[in-house]
Write a protein that binds this ligand. Structure first.
Ligand code: PMP
Length: 361
């Protein structure tokens, strides 16, 4: 008998639990557990996808130049400093593979996105957690958690699942305080939802130890296709391209992303609707005794009295077909993360919480 043993660290990875999408016995299910765009993607994406059908016998373009140029044009960035991946998850993975290994530390915040830990462990590195201050990234805690072994520091700004963000000066202070050889990763998965925010582009341009990641899964409504990108100093993008599979993105992914990023009218309309409904949802839930921090994203983190109440509210919503996200695994057992849906979706959440309150008064 041979013994096949995985690399150290792999068995410490808990399987990722994605947002649930069905409830036993309930037909009319509303999924508000994965921060997807309730309005879907731009209609231009469908046309672009049909246009790919005649080309599928060919391998896709390997350098993603047309997509990088489209992103570069819309965001005012040098396409040579952009890398595209299978969701920003893949960019996070590339960063860990390229810059962290056994003996190295990968630092992230207490309520940080699950992939930072998963990718760090998969690379053989050690994930290290820095406390937050009242569900907000704490630069001092991150800086004090750094050692000479720190190779990567991940912060999502705004953060998932808290919805909060820190200002540019704080992010710059973090970049400047890192030990030599440590790279700061600004995860901008929700950057598009924040008015006038560039996701950290200006900091990337001013420093050589900062990279930014972005996604088409949230505002652009393309989670099912899996497209993300990163922007950073040229030497770092060059390193990441060495470990990128040559055909990591399909024709479908590239064509869809180009159409989506070029349709800024659609994106702007979705963003405005999200902002309006997010405020409404937050206020209505607060009036029902369920407060949340001010969120800058497409979800709110609803706070209940204790974990038991959060669980009961979650189960009640489920019986009504409304699926939200339990975030106990993120260290927030008394909270539920609720994606901002469309008007009907937000009303269903509020009605669900209202009946929950009435039944548990
Ligand atoms: N970063 C954060 C903070 C996220 O919330 C997510 C998705 N939940 C991602 C990265 C990954 O997004 P994707 O791989 O779909 O681009």
């Amino acid at each position: 008998m041979s013994t096949i043993i995985p690399q150290p660290g792999i068995m410490d990875i808990a399987l990722y639990e994605g947002g649930q999408s069905h409830v036993e016995g309930v037909a009319d299910v509303l999924k508000l557990s994965s921060n997807e765009n309730p309005f879907g993607f731009s209609p231009k994406v469908s046309e672009a996808l049909s246009g790919c059908l005649t080309r599928l016998h060919r391998y896709p373009n390997t350098d993603h130049a047309p997509l990088r140029e489209a992103i570069g044009e819309v965001h005012g960035l040098d396409p040579e400093r952009i890398i595209c991946g299978v969701g920003s998850d893949e960019i996070i993975n590339f960063l860990c593979q390229a810059y962290a290994g056994p003996g190295d530390e990968v630092l992230h915040t207490e309520h940080g996105f699950a992939m930072y830990r998963i990718s760090a462990l998969a690379a053989g590195a050690t994930p290290v957690v820095a406390a937050e201050r009242e569900r907000v990234t704490d630069v001092d805690a991150l800086l004090s958690a750094c050692t000479e072994r720190t190779k990567l520091v991940f912060i999502a700004n705004p953060n998932n699942p808290t919805g909060t963000m820190i200002g540019g000066n704080e992010v710059a202070r973090l970049a400047d305080g890192l030990p030599d050889g440590a790279l700061l990763v600004l995860d901008g998965a929700y950057a598009e939802f924040v008015d006038g925010f560039d996701g950290g582009v200006s900091l990337v341009d001013q420093r050589d130890n900062v990279v930014m990641t972005r996604t088409f899964s949230k505002l652009y409504g393309l989670g099912g296709l899996r497209i993300g990108w990163g922007y950073g100093p040229k030497p770092i993008i060059d390193v990441l391209n060495r470990i990128r599979g040559p055909f990591n993105l399909s024709e479908f992914q590239m064509a869809a992303a180009i159409a989506a990023v070029r349709d800024q009218d659609w994106a702007t309309r979705c963003k405005a609707e999200n902002a309006r409904l997010r405020v409404w949802l937050g206020e209505e839930l607060a009036a029902l005794g369920v407060p949340s921090d001010v969120s800058l994203t497409n979800f709110i983190l609803a706070r209940f009295a204790d974990p038991a109440e959060a669980e009961a509210a979650d189960l009640h919503l489920k019986t009504l077909g409304v699926i939200v996200r339990r975030v106990g695994g993120y260290g927030l057992p008394n909270c539920l993360r609720i994606t901002v849906g469309d008007t009907v979706g937000c009303r269903r959440v509020v009605e669900g919480i209202r009946t929950f309150r009435e039944e548990n008064a």
